[in-house]
Design a binder for this molecule. Structure first.
Ligand SMILES: C[S@@+](CC[C@H](N)C(=O)[O-])C[C@H]1O[C@@H](n2cnc3c(N)ncnc32)[C@H](O)[C@@H]1O
Length: 203
């Protein structure tokens, strides 16, 4: 199953944001929520992919939300519904001291930790890892991106910091670009899926 890791450097790891003003009160969790929609939802369907939202902001950071397309039910594409989903998940974990991901409902889980929690969850199964970055090599020159085991890592409006970049580099991550323009993260995911979809349709 393909996986998307979205690093929200300031995105709230607690539920104390306002649904009426998610961008203004959540450290831009809204960016991650739109990435969930772009990675998992298509017109009248859900892709069999997993999204990790790494949440680096607020007093309970870092935590990671994991959302599994094809397992989670009743996910709606609007940002408010996705914000409600995140808010409930971030509230429910108040007393958990468990290591690793704790399932909140089928397809929705939360873990303490940041990028390390994601890397632990990926294990050492040899997933091809790609950092999506403006100015990197062209995705069209990398046929392997269509691998069903591929993991794609994106930044939010702040991009990657050096420690996270180094963690992924240590696992052999390769930087790729989906085109010459700096896009919003969710749009980069949509363009990337389009590349994968086209390759999968080729005879
Ligand atoms: C708005 S951009 C980040 C801009 C940030 N100021 C920076 O310099 O990194 C958000 C994320 O979308 C992804 N992205 C945007 N444009 C892209 C492109 N042309 N190719 C690949 N990824 C892209 C990257 O993962 C980036 O971290």
């Amino acid at each position: 199953m393909r996986r998307f890791v979205v690093i929200g450097r300031d995105a709230s790891a607690s539920d104390d944001f306002l649904l009426e003003d998610v961008p203004g009160t959540s450290g831009r969790l809204d960016v991650g929520l739109r990435c969930v929609r772009a990675a998992l939802l298509v017109s009248h369907g859900v892709r069999a992919a997993t999204v990790y939202l790494v949440l680096g902001g607020g007093p309970r950071a870092p935590r990671v939300l994991r959302i599994q397309g094809g397992v989670i039910r009743f996910v709606r594409p609007d940002e408010r519904s996705l914000a409600i989903l995140a808010k409930k998940a971030l509230a429910r974990d108040a007393d958990s001291r468990a290591a690793g991901f704790v399932e909140i409902r089928p397809g929705l889980a939360i873990a303490r930790g940041g990028v390390d929690a994601v890397l632990d969850d990926l294990g050492h199964g040899g997933h091809p890892l790609y950092l999506l970055e403006e100015g990197a090599g062209d995705v069209r020159d990398v046929p392997e991106i269509a691998s069903p085991d591929a993991v794609f890592v994106l930044g939010d409006h702040l991009g990657f910091d050096d420690p996270d970049r180094q963690r992924f580099a240590a696992r052999g991550a390769r930087s790729i670009s989906v085109g010459p323009t700096s896009l919003h993260a969710e749009d980069a995911i949509t363009v990337l899926w389009n590349e994968i979809d086209r390759r999968e349709q080729r005879p």
